[in-house]
Structure formats: structure tokens, C-alpha cells
Design a binder for this molecule. Structure first.
Ligand code: PMP
Length: 749
């Protein structure tokens, strides 16, 4: 049988079984044969269904024996079983999609079986080892075409400088590393069915992804584009043995390197050993492959592989690689037509993010941005513990609360244990809006009343009714069943901090609202309140104000719906915002940070209220409290507890405000700094005595901070307050970055 290095003989027994008798090359060390046969034995043990040859022991009970031949040479000989099927190269058909997918899966299964295998000979020097390929550089001189030689040299250089250092940190194991059409057997009646992988002669300890790169390079794609064909092999490998992002990033370079290596080795063999049979044809064919690869380009090739494996969109790592303005404009247009012309973005020019971690968002401009705005990733963007919990649960079960499963109960138990003892029962939904909607339905049912009190510029969400609870601006006309309270803002409200009766004056507005609801016949079902008063610009609510309003609400028969979407989970330096104000909540609603970005909303109330409500409403939310959402919720609680984030929120928040206060000595624009824990309102005024809102300057500042790579947003009725709600994983060093950027931005105004 044909072979490059060994002599192979096919043996048929009288009983019809087939074997391959192998006489190893005289230069082959016994160690290497032991390594290769050991791998076959290992695969047979770990994954007996995989179609690789079996080792047949010799009469002396050995895997191989050394035999002295009549020419005086000693060779190792051994016997393998013969697999059914014909070589893919002999089928005369080009591998199609199904074949490529089956090859990818088979290689992944082989590598899974091999990952627990090792042998000292696995570390032998190997001419096809990507990580040592620059050692063959001296052989490129045998490539006759100067142009082609330069192209190959360039690949080796890139391998040395860029790729090999990156490869070295990737997963390594023993791999087959030679999946080409002469080593793959298929069913002659159905060439898509792989019946065997043979020839373990190039087995080595190398980077796992080399296995795929060799296959991508060696399986012909029939003249079409290489990228989609490679994507099929990569995605099918990934479906069995998940690839890492960095591995996928390097496949293009490895396929190029494989062609550079092949061209070099072929040219050297032709030049140095012309008497030997030629196994690899013209070196120039591989240079042509290289040119084709360069035509497709690393970016396009890799994007194709990433999409096939469903990796998220690529995010450039350096400004040098940033998206072109044309690409950005295309996205903006697509967004307008696919998502409507009114989809807004925060900045004059939209920010484009494809990646985030901890307190940082990574933009496609190649820069990282300190996120001082987004309060959903409470425990930091993409916290690995939360990410893993979501992925693991999604891989096991994703279903709804019509079934019994432990994670929802574990979560409900843990969550309620963080609240006052009477708040002990949960309804799971998907968002803050939905939670508030349910809370409102519940309050009406429990009290029999139909009116509510809110802040005059509140925001509570987007359902039909809750949209009405979200006037946003004080002058918005409310429906008759809603009454808005004057925002208790001692800095710029109608009653200021120097007024000794300020608390009573603000609280008296509660009497007005309640009286109006009673007069109109609605009565008071609830006071819905965001304890951080975020949409009002985080004012410094006078101590005792909330308790005073609570008293009045209760006297009118209403319930306290404490909306913890903004203020909960440690945001205000303690677990719950309503506890900061010292009020008793009847219903607590949660959203945003609950799942750190995974949709999850919760309504927590008393057993009695919940049961009365459920008896009547029979509410069921398909996704609410699904297993994956509960996994996210549990993991968020783990992180807050383990990383002591409530405490950190308090300390780092105090540090943030004290550092901003230092800037106030220098920048007259800073009028007021307030907040608790990691929610801060930073109010800008054009005149400190008049307290006139610096609306235009605040808008400009948001843009200048963007140029500093810091994300902030404005809030308040005059949009002159910076609303700062960084994640609770912020450290002092992040505060320092923010404060220095703010200083420079204020200077630049
Ligand atoms: N309540 C408050 C206090 C909020 O700030 C928000 C969202 N900004 C909501 C409710 C609504 O939450 P969601 O967007 O998840 O529906």
C-alpha cells in the first residue's frame, strides 16, 4: 500500500478479516511507535465506538516487535486492524457539507478521547509542528520564485512574532494533526459517512486548534470559497468540543502557516532528495492557496468562523483595528430601518460596544470605556460566575414555574431572607415594568381602592398602566387616579435646606394628593416610590420625609410599593433603598440588577397578599422565574455576598463623592453632590447663588467625558445632573479615573 515513510501490507485472512502489517521506517524510533500505538489503545479504551485501527498484539504478546530483515536492517513491525471504507481521496467526489461536518465531529471526538493521553515521545521534534515551524525557514531558499519565497518568509515571520507566542498560551494535548483525504475513510455508498481515521504517524503534543487548521487546509472545498468550508469543519468540531475564542482567532494564521510549511517542505525535498518519490506536488500550488487566503483576508475568514460557532461579534482590541466609519454608518442605517427611526442613542455619535468586563465596556473604536452609568450589571459586566451559572443552567434545563425545580425555590428563599421577615413570598416576572404592573394590580385588589401617589417626575416602566406612573417630567398631566408629589429636593426644590420646616412642607404635599384622590372617589391603593429618586436626579431626600408620607398613605388605607429596580441589591450602600428611608414595604418590586443583565423581575410581598392576589388573578408568566433566570439571580446573590459588594458600595460611593467635592473647590459649575452608596447625583449650575441649571454645559460634559472614555448620563427636570450608577465592583482606582477625567472635561468646557 502507498505510504510516505513506512511499508504497509494489507493482509486478508481466510476468515475474511483484514489487517495492515506495518514495517516502520528504519529511522523511526521504537519510542515513537510506542507513542502512536499507545494512542490507538487509549482511544479504544476511552471511546471504543470511534473508527480508528485497533492494535493486534504479536505472538509474543507485544504491540510491536523488532525484526531483522535479510538486508541487515532492523525494523519495528506491527499489525493493525483494517477499517472498512475507501479513502476519501479515492472517491473522486469533493467533500460536501455533510462530509466536512462529520470530519469536524470525528476529530473533536478523537481529541476528546486523546486529552487524557500522554507519552514522553509526544514531545519529539516534528517538522509539521506549527510552534516550531520557523526552524524550517532556512529551507525557503529552495522555493524558486523570489516572489513566492518572500510570501512564505512573511508567514514564518508573522508566526514567530505574533502567532506562536499566542499559541503557547492555548490548550495543548496529543493530537492526530494529519486529517487529510488520504487518511480519512468513507463509506463508498455514502461518502458523507466517515468510517475511519488512519495514519497516526504525525501524532504530536501540540495546540488543540492545530487539529482543525490542518483539516481546514486539507479537506478540499471544491473550488468555492475556503471560508464557508472551513467554517463547517470548525463549527462541527466546536459542537462536540467547545473552542475558545482565541483558538478560533488563530485558525486563519495556522491555515496560512500550513501552506507555507507545505510549500517549503515540498521545495526542499525536490531540491535535496530528488531521488525520493515525490509525495507533495508543486510547492507553488500551496503559494497559490496562500494568495487565495490573503484574498479572503483574516478578518472575513475569522468572522465567518465566529458566526458559525455563534461567538459574539468581534470587538477590535486596538484603535488600529477599529471599525470604519462606513461600517458604522451601515449599522446606524440598518438600525433605523429594522428597529424604527426613533431608536435613540445616548451620544451625538452612537457608541458601538461588542464586549464588556467588570467596570469596562469595550468599544469597536478599540478603546475601553469606564462605565459610570449602567446600573444593570450590578456585579460588573459579564461577571464570570454569573455567566457560567447562566450557561450551565441553559445547558441543563430551561423551563417554567409550572414545573417543580429547585433553583426557583432556592432563589426565592435566599432573596426573601434579605428582606424584612414579613416579605416572604415571590412572584417572578421579566422586567421592572412587569413587576410594577403586578404590584399595582395587587394593591388595587388588596385595598379595594384605585388611586395611587407617585413622584411628579417618576419613572416606573412601560406597560400600559405603568407608563402612566412614569410622567418623567413634573408638568406632564396625570390621569385622575394618579397624583404626583413635589420632589423633596432641598437643593433646587421649592423648599430648600435652609428652611427649618422643609420636611413638613414637602410632606404636606402628600396630604394634598391623598385628599384629591379621596375626593375623586379613587381613594389610595398605593404609594409607588423609587427610593433612589433616580428620575428626579437623586435628590438628597430629607430624613423622615418617606416615613411621614408612609404614615399618611397607611392612614388612607394605601400600601407602600417600594420600587427597588434602581435602589436595590446594595446600590445605596445597604441591601434595600426603602430600608435607607426606614419605611415598611408592603410590596417590593425588582428588576434591572436582579439578573445582572439577564431578564428577571420579582415582586416580593407577604404570604397573605400574594395568596389573595393569586387566588383571584391566576397570574402566570411564561419566562418569569425560569430556571436560567433563577440561576442568574442566585449567582448575583453569590457574588454580592462573596465579594462583600454592599459594604464596598458604601465605602467606594463615599470616596467618590468626597473626591468630587474636592473638585468643587476648583470648578464653579459643580453645585451639589449627593447620593448614597453607588448612586450619586452631581448637579451643575451656572451660578451657585442662583442655582441656575447648567443644562447645556451638562450635555457638553457628557460628550467630553466620552472623549475621556468615561460613560455618564444626565438626569433631572433640567437635565443638569450627572446620574452616576457604576457597578458595585468599582474600586477606588476606578473612581480616580472618573474624577481625573471629570476634572479634565470641566477644564475643557
Ligand atoms: N422602575 C424604575 C425605578 C426604573 O428605573 C425602571 C427602568 N429604568 C423601571 C422600573 C422599569 O424597568 P424595566 O425597564 O426593566 O421594565
Amino acid at each position: 500500500m502507498r505510504s510516505e515513510r513506512d511499508q504497509n501490507f494489507r493482509i486478508e485472512t481466510a476468515g475474511g478479516s483484514g489487517f495492515i502489517f506495518k514495517v516502520a521506517n528504519v529511522d523511526e524510533s521504537s519510542d515513537v511507535i510506542d507513542f502512536q500505538l499507545g494512542a490507538l489503545r487509549h482511544i479504544a479504551r476511552m471511546a471504543p465506538a470511534l473508527p480508528v485501527p485497533r492494535v493486534v498484539k504479536s505472538g509474543r504478546g507485544r504491540d510491536f516487535d523488532t525484526v531483522r530483515f535479510s538486508n541487515g536492517c532492523s525494523h519495528d513491525v506491527y499489525l493493525l486492524t483494517c477499517l472498512d471504507g475507501m479513502l476519501l481521496s479515492d472517491t473522486g467526489v469533493c467533500a460536501d457539507s455533510a462530509t466536512r461536518r462529520n470530519i469536524g465531529q470525528l476529530l473533536a471526538n478523537i481529541d476528546l478521547a486523546l486529552r487524557s493521553y500522554f507519552h514522553p515521545a509526544a514531545m519529539q521534534e516534528h517538522p509539521w509542528n506549527f510552534e516550531t515551524c520557523p526552524r524550517l525557514r532556512h529551507l525557503t531558499q529552495h522555493i524558486e520564485s523570489v516572489e513566492a519565497r518572500a510570501e512564505v518568509d512573511e508567514i514564518f515571520e508573522h508566526m514567530s512574532d505574533i502567532v506562536i507566542p499566542r499559541l503557547q498560551s492555548l490548550r495543548h494535548q496529543v493530537i492526530h494533526q494529519d486529517a487529510h483525504t488520504d487518511n480519512i475513510l468513507v463509506d463508498p455508498d455514502d461518502p458523507t459517512r466517515i468510517t475511519g481515521l488512519i495514519d497516526f504517524g504525525d501524532l504530536l503534543y501540540g495546540t488543540l486548534v492545530a487539529e482543525i487548521a490542518v483539516a481546514c487546509d486539507s479537506i478540499p472545498y471544491g473550488g468555492s470559497d475556503i471560508a464557508p468550508a472551513a467554517a463547517e469543519i470548525v463549527a462541527s468540531f466546536d459542537s462536540v468540543l467547545a473552542l475558545e475564542e482565541e483558538e478560533v482567532e488563530l485558525i486563519f494564521d495556522l491555515v496560512c502557516a500550513r501552506n507555507a510549511l507545505t510549500a517549503t517542505i515540498a521545495a526542499a525535498r525536490i531540491a535535496l532528495t530528488p531521488e525520493q518519490p515525490v509525495h507533495i506536488q508543486s510547492p507553488l500550488a500551496f503559494v497559490d492557496n496562500l494568495r487565495e487566503l490573503q484574498r479572503v483576508g483574516r478578518k472575513g475568514f475569522t468572522r465567518r468562523l465566529r458566526t458559525a460557532c455563534r461567538f459574539p461579534a468581534y470587538c477590535p482590541k486596538t484603535p488600529h483595528e477599529s471599525l470604519s466609519e462606513g461600517e458604522e454608518a451601515r449599522l446606524v442605517d440598518a438600525r433605523r430601518s429594522l428597529m424604527g427611526r426613533n431608536t435613540t442613542h445616548f451620544y451625538e455619535r452612537p457608541m458601538h460596544f461588542e464586549r464588556a468586563r467588570g467596570p469596562w465596556l469595550y468599544s469597536t473604536d478599540g478603546h475601553r470605556y469606564l462605565d459610570c452609568y449602567n446600573n444593570v450589571p450590578q456585579v460588573g459586566h459579564c461577571h464570570p460566575h454569573v455567566v457560567r451559572a447562566i450557561a450551565r443552567q441553559a445547558a441543563a434545563l430551561n423551563t417554567n414555574t409550572r414545573y417543580l425545580y429547585s433553583s426557583a425555590l432556592e432563589y426565592a428563599d435566599r432573596l426573601t431572607s434579605k428582606l424584612a421577615p414579613h416579605l416572604s413570598a415571590c412572584i417572578f416576572v421579566n422586567s421592572g415594568s412587569e413587576a410594577n404592573d403586578v404590584a399595582w394590580q395587587m394593591a388595587k385588589l388588596i385595598t379595594g381602592n384605585s388611586g395611587a401617589v407617585i413622584m411628579e417626575d417618576a419613572y416606573h416602566g412601560v406597560t400600559d398602566v405603568i407608563r402612566q406612573f412614569s410622567p418623567g417630567r413634573p408638568e406632564t398631566k396625570l390621569p385622575a387616579f394618579l397624583k404626583g408629589l413635589i420632589v423633596p429636593d432641598p437643593y433646587r426644590g421649592p423648599f430648600r435646606e435652609d428652611d427649618p420646616a422643609l420636611l413638613q412642607k414637602y410632606a404636606a404635599d402628600g396630604d394634598r394628593a391623598i385628599a384629591e384622590l379621596e375626593t375623586s372617589g379613587h381613594g389610595v391603593a398605593a404609594f409607588m416610590i423609587d427610593s433612589a429618586l433616580c428620575s428626579s436626579g437623586v435628590p438628597d431626600v430629607p430624613d423622615g420625609y418617606m416615613r411621614a408620607i408612609e404614615k399618611k398613605i397607611r392612614a388612607a388605607g394605601g400600601l407602600m410599593i417600594c420600587d427597588e429596580v434602581q435602589s436595590g441589591f446594595g446600590r445605596m450602600g445597604q441591601w434595600w433603598g426603602h430600608e435607607h428611608h426606614g419605611v415598611r414595604a408592603d410590596i417590593v418590586t425588582m428588576g434591572k440588577p436582579v439578573g445582572n443583565g439577564h431578564p428577571l423581575g420579582v415582586v416580593v410581598t407577604t404570604q397573605e397578599y400574594l395568596n389573595r392576589f393569586m387566588d383571584k388573578s391566576r397570574l402566570f408568566s411564561t419566562f418569569g422565574g425560569n430556571t436560567v433566570a433563577c440561576a442568574a439571580g442566585n449567582a448575583v446573590l453569590d457574588v454580592i455576598e462573596q465579594e462583600k459588594l454592599v459594604e464596598r458600595s458604601k465605602n467606594v460611593g463615599n470616596y467618590l463623592r468626597s473626591e468630587i467635592m474636592k473638585l468643587a473647590a476648583k470648578h464653579m459649575l459643580i453645585g451639589n453632590v449627593r447620593g448614597h452608596g453607588m448612586v450619586t447625583g452631581l448637579e451643575f449650575v451656572t451660578d451657585r447663588a442662583e442655582r441656575s441649571p447648567a443644562t447645556a454645559a451638562t450635555a457638553r460634559l457628557v460628550e467630553l467625558m466620552r472623549q475621556e472614555h468615561v460613560l455618564v448620563g444626565s438626569e433631572g427636570r433640567d437635565a443638569n445632573v450627572l446620574k452616576l450608577r457604576p457597578s458595585l465592583v468599582f474600586e477606588r482606582e476606578h473612581v480616580d479615573v472618573f474624577v481625573e477625567s471629570l476634572d479634565r472635561s470641566l477644564d475643557a468646557l
